[in-house]
Write a protein that binds this ligand. Structure first.
Ligand code: MRU
Length: 361
């Protein structure tokens, strides 16, 4: 492994310091020009950090929220167990409302609430210890899941391939390696040459600010393009596969991911390029029958009009539509790569199978 790869894949975007009992995140809103940690202590700071994308990416949001709920549990003074559980659920609901699309947030908070309920009769130190262990387990588990996803993803690629990716699904968005970008780090570690095209990903530029930053630092051959150049690089024959992450996969395979992803899938279909979604099973929501049921976050128009510019790029009265995610139709998806393997159509069957318990013995 070369040093640059080590540096990036071992950077800790979410760090819980048990001695200090303190949660730190890398503030992603400052990248790529400034690397700084931010400590999260109050529920308002936590909600703000998630809403403002200081911590972002579906698995990372879930991991962070789990530690947040543990910290908040420590702060509850209530001695009555029922009142403690009620306050914990209220904090959980506040965190859960911070971003609606990525199902990992609700999933991780649900795991924490169930742990608290299972230990409701324990003395407070034992209950808190159980919550800490659950949050740390969610974190550790994501590291293992990302490693497995990266292996399966890499098995789909050949030496010298060009791969187009959208948004950021690397180490910053997860725990380590990442999902859709994980195979690129693995390839770099193994001396396999790939060419990556990173969409800049309007309007918040996760592709430019985060993906190109992570890959460039790891020594991966990455070329940054504007979103509207994807068709051109595909037409030029430079792209052999598209790898994207996911925020919620419905039972039929419809997939919500960063706005612009469905356009990439439509282009890939046109040019006959395989289009893969990579994500952990914690991003699959079997309770959601299809994409029409996925809540889509709408964000502030100023992200389009003023955020990145010295002068406004539109008059104040101009109406903007700023959905943060779109849904890619399952018929455009060649495969969904999870830590348990690669699912193919029909997704209603292949995704459901992932959750069936193995036969005994
Ligand atoms: O709004 P963001 O930056 O949180 O959106 C992130 C994405 O769309 C990612 O592709 C997705 O969360 C997968 S991260 C492994």
């Amino acid at each position: 492994m070369n040093d640059a790869v080590k540096l990036v894949t071992h950077a800790q975007n979410i760090r819980y310091d048990k001695e200090q009992e303190a949660l730190y995140i890398i503030d992603q809103s400052l990248l790529p020009t400034k690397e700084a940690e931010l400590r999260l202590q109050t529920v308002d700071e936590m909600v703000e950090a998630i809403r403002s994308l200081r911590v972002r990416g579906a698995p990372a949001i879930g991991i962070c929220a789990a530690y947040c709920l543990y910290i908040l549990a420590r702060s509850i003074g209530e001695t009555d167990p029922a009142a403690f559980q009620a306050q914990l659920r209220a904090y959980s609901a506040q965190l859960n409302a911070s971003r609606p699309t990525a199902v990992n947030l609700a999933w991780a908070l649900g795991e924490m609430e169930r742990t608290a309920a299972a230990h409701a009769g324990d003395a407070r130190p034992a209950l808190l210890q159980a919550l800490y262990e659950k949050a740390a387990a969610i974190h550790e588990d994501d590291i293992a899941k990302c490693a497995a996803i990266s292996e399966y993803g890499l098995s789909l690629l050949q030496e010298g391939d060009g791969v187009l990716t959208h948004c950021n699904a690397g180490p910053l968005a997860t725990s380590r390696y990442g999902t859709a970008q994980g195979p690129f780090f693995l390839a770099a570690e193994r001396g396999m040459r790939l060419r990556v095209y990173a969409d800049e990903t309007r309007p918040l530029l996760q592709g430019a600010r985060l993906t190109s930053y992570e890959l460039h630092r790891a020594g991966v051959d990455v070329t940054l393009i504007c979103d509207n150049m994807a068709s051109m690089v595909m037409k030029n024959g430079w792209v052999q596969a598209c790898f994207v992450g996911c925020d919620r996969v419905a039972a039929n395979g419809d997939t919500a991911n960063k706005i612009g992803t469905s356009g990439v899938a439509i282009l890939a279909k046109h040019y006959g390029i395989p289009f893969y979604v990579l994500g952990p099973t914690t991003t699959i929501d079997l309770d959601c029958p299809d994409g029409s049921h996925i809540p889509i976050e709408l964000r502030d128009p100023e992200e389009i009009k003023t955020l990145w510019y010295e002068k406004p790029m539109a008059l104040p009265g101009v109406t903007c539509y700023n959905p943060s995610f779109d849904v890619t139709d399952h018929r455009l998806i060649t495969g969904i790569v999870t830590e348990k393997g690669i699912c193919r159509a029909p997704y209603t069957e292949s995704l459901a199978k992932l959750f069936q318990s193995p036969p005994p013995g």
